[in-house]
Design a binder for this molecule. Structure first.
Ligand SMILES: NC(=O)c1ccc[n+]([C@@H]2O[C@H](COP(=O)([O-])OP(=O)(O)OC[C@H]3O[C@@H](n4cnc5c(N)ncnc54)[C@H](OP(=O)(O)O)[C@@H]3O)[C@@H](O)[C@H]2O)c1
Length: 292
């Protein structure tokens, strides 16, 4: 039986893994988050991994507040970079494995075709830069590990675009939504299943390879405007959406204009099937409505 530690387990992805993990009998999972287990505390982390005989970590812990990160660069760096180095160091000592989650924000968004794992990275803000530093800590290590970059993550847990749209759509008659940023949403439940399938599947030996980076999002391509339109339709919310340009909605950090990820490698190496974003969105909205 593999003992798996899920760090940052109260976040969107961690919560989805918690819900799905009962279906996997090859693994026993321990779910930890702040304040109980801080990945920035190297000694406590290392002792925990050793004392609890952990074999694998799925690192869902991150500083994810993209705009706040510009003013809190130290904390973002601590969690997204040093924290990951701490995990790598602790796992090196016990020959453990790591699935680490990263982001489309390592790219500047100037592409017009889907980003491959081998494409040049050029993060445009503090969040993306610190996440890239975390990736490098994993890539440059000797442990069996993979980094999964994902994009536009949402879930029935936590705060995210889908829940914000449903909430605001019920309160307001109209909303302005950006139409000139293109990407693919990712239902955290689908990514959670992928992480667990990778660990428990026949292709799990591919965790031990030299090319450690993989891309994962749902299938398909959309804009925030079209995504919001689908949210309103599937959520039966009557709210007028007005398409606006990025320039009309200034944010502290610039967002990548295009961040579609090419998922050929993860599909082929781990023999996984990925649902289309609209089908997964429908599932998530049903769940949100059932819970409310
Ligand atoms: N959200 C997105 O749109 C998106 C897009 C692409 C990639 N990603 C990546 O996907 C992964 C999962 O994202 P998510 O949306 O599930 O994140 P999330 O909901 O923000 O969850 C992150 C969790 O990590 C915890 N955490 C923060 N600092 C920690 C520390 N020092 N030690 C232990 N836990 C700590 C957080 O606790 P607090 O809440 O108390 O801080 C939170 O529970 C992250 O690596 C993220 O960078 C996210």
């Amino acid at each position: 039986m593999m003992r798996v530690l899920i760090t940052g387990s109260n976040g969107q992805l961690g919560s989805e893994i918690k819900e799905l993990s009962a279906n996997y009998d090859k693994i026993e999972c321990l779910f930890k988050d702040l304040p109980e287990l801080d990945i920035c505390d190297a000694n406590v982390l290392s002792a925990f991994i050793t004392d609890y005989n952990i074999n694998v970590v799925i690192n869902c812990a991150a500083y994810t507040a993209v705009d706040k990160a510009e003013k809190a660069a130290d904390i973002a760096e601590q969690v997204n970079s040093t924290g990951v180095s701490n995990l790598v160091y602790a796992l090196e000592k016990i020959n453990g494995k790591l699935i680490h989650i990263s982001t489309d924000y390592v790219f500047d968004g100037n592409h017009s075709v889907p980003y491959k794992e081998s494409d040049f990275v050029s993060p445009i803000g503090v969040y993306g830069k610190t996440k890239r530093a975390g990736e490098l800590a994993v890539i440059n290590s000797n442990i069996d590990a993979i980094v999964i970059r994902t994009s536009w993550l949402y879930s029935s847990y936590g705060n995210n675009f889908v829940k914000t749209m449903l909430h605001l759509g019920n309160e307001k008659k109209s909303l302005n939504i950006i139409f000139d940023q293109i990407g693919t949403p990712t239902y955290a439940k689908d990514l959670a299943k992928t992480c667990l399938d990778i660990l428990c599947g026949e292709s799990s030996a591919n965790l031990n390879n030299d090319e450690k980076i993989y891309h994962y999002s749902n299938e398909g391509v959309t804009s925030w405007y079209d995504f919001a339109t689908a949210i309103m339709e599937l959520g039966n919310v009557d709210c007028k959406l007005v398409p606006i340009q990025t320039i009309d909605y200034p944010t502290v950090t610039k967002r990548p204009k295009y961040s579609v990820l090419d998922k050929s490698k993860i599909k082929s190496d781990f023999k996984i099937k990925i649902p289309h974003w609209r089908d997964s969105l429908e599932d998530c909205i049903k769940k949100i409505n059932t819970n409310s």
